[in-house]
Design a protein around this ligand. Structure first.
Ligand SMILES: [Fe+2]
Ligand SMILES: [Fe+2]
Length: 339
């Protein structure tokens, strides 16, 4: 159990997360998983937290938790049921992976990027957002951004040829081109600290709602499962293809709040890097993947549509809370300071 600092186990939010967290406090043992099939995985805080805890065992894990839990058959069985319930809800929202000609996949991906996705968090932030709302936004994003690139890395051994080379090229950039302090996850830590936030890995999980946990759980599910490798390709491709505009606006919002260049660097780096990543994602990652695995375009697009769905839900959740004068976090941030 030695190694890097691990976050504390979160507080349970219901019977499912309670069963998982309670079990993780003890040595690996047989346990009976609770019923999860009635839960809505797109809105249930309890179920999304339970899934996040199962997945966290593959990343940094938690203080005092035995590493052998990672491959506990009972825990994996529960995780599987949660994943099935999650996929079921995603399919209800975006449809089953449809069959599509390989030649139509890239045009369809591009069509998703031009579709009006409803609310735009970045436009709100640059025009009307406050620095305290930006702090909350960073807390939500920290769930993914403090382990940025890690979930997509899992797909690399499952890719071949041009797609593998493209994924490694993109990931090399995400990991700072070999410079530890230039890793995008570290740059996000700088932004968090500039805004007076705690950049410790996993520091805010207790205040993240299901809508946020779903964004991280979705990409981890796609990354961990070989059967979702095409969806993971679609997720990463759309991620890169929809980055430059929002990243530009987030940097502009921070400038409006008086945040100096080092605090905005995370966003500015993405404006530059993702203009290139979106090209590689299309011409090499997606095209190379379909060249090697023709006929998988439907699942690839499912990954892209699922990403848009969870992102839309998160944006709506945040903007709804703020328009009603509430914090978007399960508990408001105690600390407020000038940027
Ligand atoms: Fe990045
Ligand atoms: Fe990127």
């Amino acid at each position: 159990m030695s190694g890097p600092a691990r976050p504390a186990l979160p507080q349970p939010r219901g019977p499912v997360s309670d069963a998982v967290i309670h079990a993780l406090r003890r040595r690996p043992h047989a346990f009976r998983s609770p019923w999860v099939e009635d839960l809505d995985l797109l809105t249930s805080d309890d179920a999304q937290l339970a899934l996040a805890c199962c997945y966290e065992l593959h990343y940094v894990s938690f203080q005092g938790v035995d590493d052998d839990w990672e491959w506990s058959p009972d825990l994996l069985a529960l995780r599987r049921r949660l994943e099935r319930a999650f996929v079921r809800r995603l399919v209800e929202e975006v449809g089953v992976p449809a069959s599509i000609k390989d030649a139509d996949v890239l045009p369809s991906l591009n069509e998703i990027t031009t579709r009006d996705g409803g609310v735009s968090l970045s436009r709100y932030m640059v025009e009307d957002g406050t620095v305290d709302q930006f702090r909350e936004f960073c807390v939500h994003r920290s769930e993914y951004q403090r382990k940025e690139a890690d979930p997509h890395t899992w797909m690399i051994p499952r890719l071949r040829g041009r797609a593998k080379a493209a994924a490694v090229t993109i990931q090399y950039d995400e990991y700072g081109e070999g410079q530890a302090d230039a890793m995008h996850a570290e740059l996000f830590g700088v932004t968090m600290r500039t805004l007076g936030l705690d950049s410790t890995y996993g520091a805010y999980r207790d205040v993240l709602p299901a809508a946020t946990l779903a964004t991280g759980n979705l990409v981890t599910m796609f990354g961990l499962h070989r059967r979702w490798r095409a969806a993971c390709v679609g997720h990463l491709a759309l991620f890169e293809m929809t980055s430059v505009g929002p990243m530009t606006r987030y940097s502009e919002a921070l400038a409006r709040f008086g945040v100096e260049a080092p605090g905005r660097h995370f966003y500015d780096v993405h404006v530059e890097a993702d203009a290139w990543h979106e090209q590689i994602a299309q011409s090499e990652l997606v095209a190379g993947f379909l060249e090697h695995e023709p006929g998988n375009g439907g699942t690839l697009l499912f990954g892209a549509h699922a990403l848009m769905e969870v992102e839309r839900r998160l944006s709506e959740y945040l903007l709804d809370a703020w328009s009603n004068g509430r914090s978007s976090l399960l508990a408001p941030l105690a600390h407020r300071s000038a940027a």
